[in-house]
Structure formats: structure tokens, C-alpha cells
Design a protein around this ligand. Structure first.
Ligand code: KG4
Ligand code: ZN
Length: 344
């Protein structure tokens, strides 16, 4: 039995989890920071870093207690080493290094995106490589061919905003509060997805990538016109995102013919309309569809512990000098997308 302690602190959730190699989540503790960031309408990096520094060790202690183990029973410590808000990443990674040194255990530096990318395999033991992954979160929107642990080919990325960012900005515009995605989804249930005519950027184009900035601006203009109810704006916005995600994923499936399944992960994968549309797309292609349970889609430490398990099984551990990385692409060879890094 291999037991791994996972630590996550790359954005605004502090989390610690213990996961074994039989995919049993022996403990999972998570502390959100919504109240601390709420007055600012978005995540404030320094406030996040300070909260991680306060919460991380109590969560580790609580997780060990929940599982009825001590640090000595753990086989390795996996910590998110990037990408993310660097202050928070450093808190988690340095905590992981200190625990690894104190307990004389190996350290595994996990790419947060790899945590999301492999999370469906924690949930589903039957999910084999290679699979096509739509990774949609607050900071990323990518299509990746996942061929193995550490083997990722990026087929598409966003040329401006991430899908989750578009949800968050729409929520902010309509003053729905944070986190934006679930708030927009809830209000969209009461609205008409056809009420507001909105653009679907890059739909049906040969270019493989995503774009959401134009959609965001269109929602802003529609809102300012005063003609539409917030519920109709949310429903129409969400439908536009669904259409874009499905169209781009369909295009990637045509390229990634070796994929044996369609998988969605990342916070946006918690959205029921998006899950349902992708499930239909997968069925149309005769492929199985996998989406982790909602709590495993948004940031958590179980996915970091699981990525640690996958790496540990292959003998992939890291030295105590491993760096914290604010940027860390899963596919270092990927071509730059037009406009990448240029923020609207
Ligand atoms: O993966 P995640 O927890 O953190 C990042 O690594 O970014 O993703 C958070 C993002 C946020 O933008 C949030 O609004 C979005 O995922 N999200 C959703 C839903 N739940 C979370 N977006 C749409 N529908 C949801 N139900
Ligand atoms: Zn994430």
C-alpha cells in the first residue's frame, strides 16, 4: 500500500489530502477563502498567500488525524509547484519540502494542470491513455491529448480569456458574487438561452483555439442596453460557451483520432450544461465520456495526491531544490497561439 500526502495552494483554495494507490481518498481537507476576497470582487494574490500560510499546516494535521496516520506512514509528499499565483504556490511547495525533509520522505512536485488532467483516473480506474482532455478552469482552457503521465500534446488553448474567467467576469458584471461559475449556472436555469443573441468566437474556423473575450464584451453591451433580464443573459452566455467548447472539442477529436475517451476536467467541468453537451458529443463519436465528480473538478488536494501516486509509481520524484513556477505549460513544445499572453 502506498500512501501519498497531497498539498494544493495555487489559487484560493488551501487543501491537504491523503490518497492511496487503490484510489481510496483516506482524508481530504479544504479551506476556501471566498470571504477574504469577496470585498475585492476577485482573488487578491497577497491575501491568498497569507491565508495559505495560516491554513496549510492545520489542514495537514487534520487530514493525518482523519486518516488515523502520522507523517511516518506516508510514502511521499506531493505538492503543487505551479502554475498559479506564486505566493500561494511557494507556501504549499515549501511546506511540502519541509515535511519531506523532516520525515525523510521523497518529494513530488506536481504541475497543478497535471493534477486536473489525471483526476479522472482517480475517479475511474478503467480510464486508459490516450484520451482527449478538455481542461477548462479559471486560468486555462485547453484541449490536450493525454498519452501518459507527463505526456501531453496541446491541441488548442485560449487566445485571450479562459472559459472560467468568462464565467467569473459575467458574474461580476451582473453582481452575482463569487465564485462566478456556479452563480451564473444557477441563474441560467431560470433564463432563456435564446433570449440574447451573442457571438460564438472562432466557431467553425480551422484555427484550433478558443476565444472568449469577444463574448464577454458582447455580454457587457447587452447588459448595458438594459433590454435583458440577468437570467436570460446568463442562459444565453452559458449556451454560447457550450457551443464554443463543443465545436472546438469536435475539431480536436477529428485530429486526435487515437483518443479512446473524451474527458473533461477543471472547475468549469462542474457545469452541468457543459457536461451534458460533451457527453452527447462523445456519444456521437462512439467514445466513452468521463467527468470527475463536482468536488474533484474544482481545485482540491486529492487530485494532487493522485498525480503524486501516478508519478511515484513511475519513480518520478524531485529534489528539495525544485523551483516554484508561476507559469508551467503541460506541453512545453506547444506552438504559441495567436495573441497568447495578450490580455484583453
Ligand atoms: O480549477 P478551478 O477550481 O481553479 C483554477 O485552477 O482556475 O476552476 C475555477 C473556475 C472558476 O473560474 C469558476 O468560476 C469555474 O471554474 N467554475 C464554473 C463552475 N464551477 C466553477 N464555471 C461554470 N460552471 C460551474 N458550475
Ligand atoms: Zn485548477
Amino acid at each position: 500500500m502506498t500512501l501519498i500526502l497531497g498539498l494544493e495552494s495555487s489559487c484560493d483554495e488551501t487543501a491537504a489530502a491523503l490518497v492511496d494507490d487503490l484510489r481510496v481518498i483516506r482524508a481530504h481537507r479544504l479551506a476556501g477563502q471566498e470571504a477574504a476576497h469577496a470585498p475585492y470582487g476577485g482573488v487578491v494574490p497577497e491575501i491568498a498567500a497569507r491565508a495559505h500560510a495560516e491554513m496549510m499546516m492545520p489542514l495537514v494535521e487534520a487530514a493525518l488525524k482523519d486518516a488515523g496516520v502520522t507523517l511516518n506512514d506516508v510514502d511521499a509528499i506531493a505538492a503543487t509547484a505551479g502554475p498559479g499565483l506564486i505566493g500561494g504556490v511557494m507556501v504549499g511547495l515549501v511546506t511540502g519540502k519541509a515535511l519531506a525533509m523532516a520525515a525523510n520522505k521523497p518529494l513530488i512536485a506536481v504541475n497543478h494542470l497535471e493534477g486536473h488532467a489525471l483526476s479522472p483516473r482517480l475517479d475511474n480506474p478503467d480510464l486508459q491513455f490516450p484520451y482527449l482532455l478538455l481542461l477548462a478552469s479559471g486560468g486555462h482552457c485547453q484541449l490536450l491529448l493525454v498519452s501518459g503521465v507527463g505526456q501531453y500534446r496541446r491541441l488548442a488553448t485560449t487566445i485571450d480569456d479562459a472559459a472560467g474567467e468568462a464565467f467569473d467576469k459575467t458574474a461580476k458584471l451582473l453582481r452575482l458574487g463569487m465564485p462566478g461559475g456556479p452563480k451564473v449556472e444557477a441563474l441560467a436555469r431560470e433564463g432563456n438561452p435564446k433570449a440574447v443573441k451573442l457571438p460564438r468566437p472562432l466557431l467553425n474556423t480551422d484555427e484550433p483555439h478558443f476565444s472568449f473575450a469577444g463574448l464577454k464584451s458582447a455580454v457587457l453591451r447587452a447588459h448595458q442596453s438594459g433590454l435583458y433580464q440577468p437570467a436570460d443573459l446568463c442562459a444565453s452566455f452559458q449556451q454560447a460557451v457550450v457551443d464554443c467548447l463543443v465545436d472546438r472539442t469536435r475539431r480536436a477529436l477529428a485530429v486526435a483520432v487515437e483518443a479512446t475517451a473524451l474527458v473533461v476536467a477543471g472547475g468549469v467541468a462542474a457545469n452541468q450544461s457543459i457536461r451534458a453537451a460533451l457527453m452527447t458529443l462523445a456519444a456521437d463519436h462512439g467514445l466513452p465520456f468521463h467527468a470527475p465528480p463536482l468536488w474533484l473538478c474544482t481545485d482540491n488536494a486529492a487530485m494532487i495526491a493522485w498525480a503524486g501516486q501516478e508519478r511515484f509509481a513511475l519513480g518520478m520524484t524531485d529534489g528539495l531544490d525544485v523551483p516554484a513556477r508561476p507559469r508551467w505549460p503541460l506541453d512545453a513544445q506547444a506552438e504559441k497561439a495567436r495573441g497568447a499572453g495578450v490580455k484583453a
